[in-house]
Design a protein around this ligand. Sequence first.
Ligand SMILES: *Cc1c(COP(=O)(O)O)cnc(C)c1O
Length: 423
Amino acid sequence: MSKNFPLNHDQLSALAQKYPTPFYLYDEQAIRENMRRFKKAFSIFPEFREYFAVKALPNPYILRILESEGCGADCSSLPELILSEKSKISGQRVMFTSNDTPAEEFRYAAKNGNIINLDDITHISCLKEALGGSLPDTICFRYNPGPLKEGGNAIIGKPEEAKYGLTREQILEAYAICQKEGVQHFGLHTMVASNELNPDFFVDTARIIFELVLELKEKLGVRIEFVDLGGGVGIPYRPGQQPVDLTYVAKKIRVLYDKFIVPAGLDPLAICFECGRPITGPYGWLVTRAIHEKHIYREYIGCDASMADLMRPGMYGAYHEVTVSGKENAPADHTYDVTGSLCENCDKFAIQRQLPQIERGDLLIIHDAGAHGRAMGFNYNGKLRAGELLLRPDGSVMQIRRRETVEDYFATLDFAGLDGFTA
Ligand SMILES: *Cc1c(COP(=O)(O)O)cnc(C)c1O
């Protein structure tokens, strides 16, 4: 068990005095170094871009940090577009990969010069209508390779059963329509996995995309200027799993690039990703305190965080490593279910997990919570979500989002109106 955490027990205890648990903690330096490694791996291409998937960790401080490391933003809603702008990520540094998109959001993205990535062939006319009769200069389409792409996994499923993207036939037609409409610049996007750890999966995806880039050139004379290989790069949540070797992935894709793209005269072709999870996931933790222990048919440790703070275990049965601060070297000789307070039996951070003996007041660290953690939180059962702290490179800690209050929870209700309301 070698999951890292940047603070020792005394430091974490002091932090929890200042900021009551539960809270999220993110490690800025580790996120920066990780992003630099990602970029370095892909520096063997003439152009590489990472559009950070805002949904994974929608905090403007994090986005500013990533912006300063050269990242763009991948958005899928109006609030995410606004958040990116506020984080100084604008224009073509924003990829708008939405689906089932309202006209208002197309207008907003187009007005700001963001790259619009269309999810369906019918969205060409929707976009045109939303923009008052014209299309943007740059358009990208999301390709769904369907049964061509084997595999898929529990989160996204099989491509042919996924709601996203255009079929191969539609893709050709869609570019032909845009070409006729005078669109000048084209990209091609796909995303067919989520939390995938097999590096060859991404190489294979690149091959499918490169073949389509060639076909578009041959059949339509359309020149694709960038390919976006999506997100879906997994992280090793479980002990013993290996991270995706991005240097290997980049090298293998480079071989395909030299084989397909260069001879076709399509070099330079920008290689893009819109990863969230592998960028911040391993460098964020949910810190919660054990507030109850309960001995019935099983042994339970009740925490002050709940599934409303971190939904992944309850929603997908996802595994997150749990460690007990100060007991890193104690024998894991107890079997616990580690629970939250939601009135749902799936509100368990860990089930039948071997851990050291836990006492009330112990600080539990839930690992790999830096992506799709706080972001997926919700307010069911009147649960108020945790705040977020940032560990700066100089060792100081700042709050980058306060925890929710009862007032936040009631903000959309009109209690004053109750006075004149007869039930
Ligand atoms: C969720 C999502 C991503 C990011 O996925 P990660 O697993 O966080 O890397 C990127 N692009 C699209 C379209 C997505 O839906």
